[in-house]
Design a protein around this ligand. Structure first.
Ligand SMILES: [Zn+2]
Length: 126
């Protein structure tokens, strides 16, 4: 059987560990769960067939992690660099993402937040 590594806790990034409930654990006896050693958040207690036990925890992590927020912002910054985009806050309301070409603004995209403005530009350029 392959040993699948437990991914860290989705809430605090702490180490996760498998807990097997032995005799005297009441309703949980014979069950297992995966819990964070730092913040104590845990997955459901499972009984019997535990083949997908670890992968369920790891999938849960993928589902709960804030959908790669950091990664998305890195992409935005990379795009700003590669396409020479300036972000301009309008006096009130929208933000403009100005795409420069040869020292001049070639296109302007708007959004209600800086991220939206850049995303508009990315959508257009791709
Ligand atoms: Zn935790």
């Amino acid at each position: 059987m392959d040993i699948v590594e437990l991914l860290p806790c989705p809430f605090c990034g702490g180490d996760a560990e498998r807990i097997d409930f032995g005799p005297g654990s009441g309703d949980n006896e014979g069950g297992s769960c995966i819990a964070c050693t730092r913040c104590q958040s845990s997955g459901p207690v499972e009984f019997g067939y535990k083949e997908n036990f670890v992968s369920n925890w790891n999938r849960r992590l993928a589902a709960l992690a804030p959908a790669g927020v950091g990664e998305a912002d890195t992409k935005r910054l990379d795009f700003m660099q590669s396409h020479r985009v300036a972000l301009i806050p309008e006096f009130e309301g929208p933000w403009d993402a100005e795409v420069y070409q040869e020292g001049e603004v070639s296109r302007v995209f708007s959004g209600s937040t800086p991220r939206e403005a850049i995303d508009e530009a990315i959508r257009y350029e791709n």
